[in-house]
Write a protein that binds this ligand. Structure first.
Ligand SMILES: Cc1cc2nc3c(=O)[nH]c(=O)nc-3n(C[C@H](O)[C@H](O)[C@H](O)COP(=O)(O)OP(=O)(O)OC[C@H]3O[C@@H](n4cnc5c(N)ncnc54)[C@H](O)[C@@H]3O)c2cc1C
Length: 234
């Protein structure tokens, strides 16, 4: 791939796709790459590691600095710089010809949903997700889950939220029977509000929650659904 003249940095979004593309660019240019950066100070930077459990201070030794900005780390502002659209000559380099979104069967996708109803081990079984599906249907929400759930085969991996799953940033994230492990929080900390339903008042998830309900999700979730149905009917 040909390098744009004079470029001293190539910056992308710290999304799965942004990190993947910049990792390919780094391999082709044979330069180091820093993903999920939260602050840049000349050659030095801070970046998020290990799914959000560690902030690393690093130095990037390269003429062209490759980095991605961690989601929500920087305020959007009008730039005094002139943006220029470059058309790189890719030659024979492998490239993506088409991006096919997963088939969500007409339902709102996890990554785009304004509301996510997510279940963890506390849901108890694949059948247990029926009450979450029902609530999600009323809220036009997507259903997510923790890794315990996908490991148990209760839901497909595409539904997993977290460090090794999808990163979501809905207006509301409803965590049902999820303990709040760092690796799960890494996927939902972009949510504007978090409602946690858990029968353990000491559960870590409550430290991240804007709204907390201590109780059995098998009673709480149908109760919320019933109230919503009443409100919609009136
Ligand atoms: C490298 C690595 C990557 C990982 N990536 C991910 C990831 O992407 N996503 C992810 O989720 N995890 C990930 N994990 C796993 C993570 O560490 C946790 O094990 C997992 O998130 C726990 O899932 P859980 O909260 O559903 O289960 P648990 O930790 O077992 O929590 C279940 C919770 O349900 C509550 N509960 C039980 N019954 C009820 C009830 N009837 N009503 C209400 N509450 C109830 C309990 O009090 C408990 O808090 C990863 C781990 C590693 C090591």
């Amino acid at each position: 791939m040909e390098r744009a003249d004079g470029a001293t940095a190539i910056v992308g979004p710290g999304s799965e796709r942004g990190n993947e593309v910049l990792a390919h660019v780094a391999a082709q240019l044979d330069v180091p790459f820093a993903a999920n950066v939260t602050e840049v100070r000349g050659d030095e930077l801070t970046r998020i590691r290990w799914g959000g459990s560690l902030l690393e201070e690093a130095r990037l030794h390269a003429d062209v600095k490759l980095l991605t900005a961690a989601p929500f780390a920087f305020e959007a502002s009008a730039s005094p710089l002139q943006a220029e659209v470059l058309q790189p000559r890719l030659g024979d380099a492998p490239r993506v010809l088409e991006h096919v979104a997963p088939d969500t069967g007409g339902k709102v996708s996890l990554a785009d949903a304004k509301v996510v109803v997510s279940g963890g081990r506390g849901v108890g079984s694949s059948e247990g997700f029926a009450i979450l599906e029902e609530l999600a249907g009323l809220l036009d929400a997507a259903v997510g889950c923790s890794r315990v759930v996908t490991s148990a085969g209760w839901r497909p991996h595409a539904d997993q939220v977290g460090q090794t799953g999808t990163k979501v940033s809905p207006d509301l994230y409803i965590a049902c029977g999820i303990s709040g492990a760092t690796q799960h929080i890494a996927g939902c900390k972009g949510a504007k509000k978090l409602l946690a339903i858990n029968d353990d008042p000491e559960a870590t998830i409550f430290a991240h929650a804007d709204y907390a309900v201590v109780g059995d999700l098998h009673q709480i979730v149908p109760a919320i659904t019933a109230e919503l149905r009443k409100a919609k009917a009136s």
